[in-house]
Design a protein around this ligand. Sequence first.
Ligand code: AMP
Length: 137
Amino acid sequence: MNDLFLKISRREIPSACVYEDAHFFAFLDIQPCNKGHVLVIPKTYSRNIFDIDSHTFGDLSKVVHMLARAVRKATGASGVNIVMNNEPAAGQEVFHTHVHIIPRFENDHVFSPPRHTTYTEGEMDTLAEEIQKHVET
Ligand code: AMP
């Protein structure tokens, strides 16, 4: 498999690494939304949220939690966005699980305003029940 991020985590392709442990690797995004934009990846392959196991995802979240603070301190950002794109419809372009940590500054206009939609009468309840039905604990 031609897994770009796996190659980066193995240092077969160079990157600006900001953190590494036995299971995770974090590096600067080459096309940052703002300077200091970090990507965090597991070293084991999964495509995205839909096939990563919950244990690895939990541990990945801990690394993101830790690095969000480091990114904020290092960049002087006012805030950060934690973003994960899953599948092309959601903007995923690299198919190895990764979480973006994006430093944000007042009025930096990184994202365009999100599009919102509305529910018809009763639709919220129906959809909430439908999602509840599919929850697998
Ligand atoms: P996504 O759209 O969530 O799949 O994001 C993939 C991200 O990977 C994009 O923000 C790219 O800028 C970033 N990216 C692609 N190739 C590299 C690379 N060689 N080094 C660092 N970041 C990369």
